[in-house]
Design a protein around this ligand. Structure first.
Ligand SMILES: Cc1cc2nc3c(=O)[nH]c(=O)nc-3n(C[C@H](O)[C@H](O)[C@H](O)COP(=O)(O)OP(=O)(O)OC[C@H]3O[C@@H](n4cnc5c(N)ncnc54)[C@H](O)[C@@H]3O)c2cc1C
Length: 503
């Protein structure tokens, strides 16, 4: 194996897999390093299997610091430590986000990132039959299917939304307009009914090429910087430390570990690095700041229908605004609905003594912002993660407004056949219910944000400010998290970066 490459890619997750595919196709000589092992575990491929690997060696198992506005709880944020990264353990929902999210990125000074400019990259990633061909892709490597689990869709939920004045019941939320339409969720699932991860869709086919090399169980411990230029990496494999060099380095370790690795390499807030005895290569105060994550809250109602258990977590969705005056912004709530307790989650749910349905409002434009800091200068230590969940009251208000809309849905004619009474929050105090029962949707973003303000870490070409030869291409560069699940927007970022780069 060579010791000098055109590109080194750190992390073979959602974004790393896309970059490895696209850059190797241009003929570049690439090494991609992944801290985790292969994805041969069958649970990673079965539709309902991903919760089985939570807490295993395939999961980084991050814990937040105690969250003061969430009843002082520490929240587990699972992240994939395996080929494909979180793309191999996620819930497979395919959600691009709202066009206004990207226009906002552009508005912040990030030229080239408006919706119109990034739309071709969303299209080139996917194959989805049945959408509007001006907006949807039909020739990409990633398969997208309407909910492939016959037990997860609910016409009752979608018809109830239509009764309340929303569009639907078969809205394409990845089409021209995302919000205000009741929809079947779309999933990254193969035609034969298995997970279609970024590793399966992008990385594995590219590994046929001689110019792409992969190292598994190889954790990068440091980026080597000389005179303001990234020259190479130190990584640890089977307990031994190695060095490898390249012209360009691309960091795709995800929103917790990309800022951690920057800081360990001397790029970050100077005072924080000095506190840990680290040499400062470049003082970049925004590294690890601007952590944004989506919060989910289960609202449980008793169901009068006996229903088969869904294999997927959910099958139905509605994006909406919780307040008047937000109409020209991206929606602040994504409401998922599952007509029965989904089989993968049953071990985690209390026994309600009969069938239940689960509404899941998700705060997709959180105002509460947190940070990632180093716990120590030891590369083996997890970083300190403090998302400051629900620290802004407006986030709690948005969740309360969602509960009100759920109650309206439950009171419709279309839902009468299903609704058997509210269990949670039910009679409980709403504030206390929200603070004690909400948790993460595993969508951390923004910790190496793109832009030019004092907290910006990369420019719109995703070059790390102040350091040559180093780019970041993962979810951490989002200046603001998207209104929806973050997998496909992250792949779009990698696709756009690959387009900007030469072989
Ligand atoms: C449980 C769960 C459910 C989710 N559900 C959905 C969903 O249904 N739909 C959706 O759109 N999104 C979902 N997501 C989010 C989505 O998967 C992520 O947004 C996306 O994978 C982020 O891509 P990334 O490339 O930034 O990071 P990742 O995909 O996490 O990849 C980072 C990779 O880098 C590796 N790495 C880290 N540090 C190092 C190092 N030092 N050296 C070498 N390798 C390293 C990691 O092991 C990992 O493989 C979910 C996530 C989780 C965890």
């Amino acid at each position: 194996m060579a010791t000098h490459y055109d590109y080194l890619i750190i992390g073979a997750g959602a974004s790393g897999s896309v970059l490895a595919n696209r850059l190797s196709a241009k003929g570049a000589k690439i090494l991609i390093l992944e801290a985790g092992g292969d994805d041969s575990n069958a649970h990673l491929h079965a539709l309902g299997g991903f919760t089985q690997v939570w807490g295993s060696e395939l999961d980084w198992k991050f814990q937040t610091t105690p969250q003061a506005a969430m009843a002082n709880r520490q929240i587990m944020i699972n992240q994939g430590r395996v080929l494909g990264g979180s793309s191999s353990i996620n819930a497979m929902m395919h959600v691009r986000g709202n066009p206004r999210n990207f226009d906002y990125w552009n508005y912040l000074g990030n030229e080239g990132w408006s919706y119109k400019e990034i739309l071709p990259h969303f299209k080139s990633i996917e194959t989805y039959e049945g959408g509007d061909s001006v907006i949807r892709g039909t020739n990409g490597l990633l398969n997208v299917r309407d909910c492939p689990d016959s037990a997860a869709p609910s016409s009752h939920f979608r018809q109830a939304a239509v009764e309340l004045g929303f569009d639907g019941p078969d809205w394409d939320y990845n089409g021209e307009r995302q919000e205000n339409g009741a929809a079947l969720l779309q999933f990254n699932v193969t035609d034969s009914g298995e997970r279609h991860s970024a590793a399966d869709a992008f990385l594995k086919p590219a590994l046929e090429l001689d110019n792409l090399h992969l190292k598994l169980a190889a954790e990068v411990s440091k980026i080597l910087i000389e005179k303001g230029k990234a020259k190479g990496l130190e990584y640890v494999q089977e307990g031994k430390s190695h060095k490898v060099y390249a012209d360009q380095i691309i960091l795709t370790a995800g929103s917790f570990l990309s800022p951690k690795l920057l800081m360990l390499s001397g790029i970050g807030p100077a005072d924080h690095l000095e506190d840990h005895g680290l040499k400062v290569e470049f003082d970049l105060p925004g590294v690890g700041q601007n952590l944004q994550d989506h919060v989910q809250l289960p609202v449980i109602v008793r169901s009068k229908l006996k229903q088969e258990m869904p294999t997927l977590l959910t099958g139905n969705v509605l994006f909406f605004h919780t307040r008047k005056g937000l109409e020209s912004a991206a929606p602040d709530i994504q409401l998922n609905f599952t007509p029965a307790a989904p089989a993968p989650l049953v071990p985690f749910l209390p026994d309600f003594g009969g069938p239940v349905c689960i509404f899941l409002p998700i705060l997709v434009q959180p105002q509460s912002v947190g940070e990632v800091r180093l716990a120590s200068a030891n590369w083996q230590d997890a970083p300190l993660i403090n998302p400051n969940y629900l620290s802004c009251d407006i986030d709690v208000k948005a969740l309360k407004a969602s509960i009100s809309l759920i109650r309206e849905i439950c009171a419709t004619k279309a839902f009468a056949e299903v609704y058997g009474g509210e269990l949670g929050p039910g009679e409980m105090d709403e504030n206390a219910y929200i603070r004690s029962n909400s948790s993460t949707l595993w969508h951390p973003a923004g910790t190496c944000k793109m832009g030019y303000d004092q907290n910006a870490v990369v420019d719109p070409q995703l070059r790390v400010h102040g350091i040559e030869g180093l780019r970041i291409g993962d979810a951490s560069v989002m200046p603001a998290v998207t209104s929806g699940n973050t997998h496909v927007p992250t792949m779009m970022i990698a696709e756009k970066l690959a387009n900007m780069l030469e072989a």
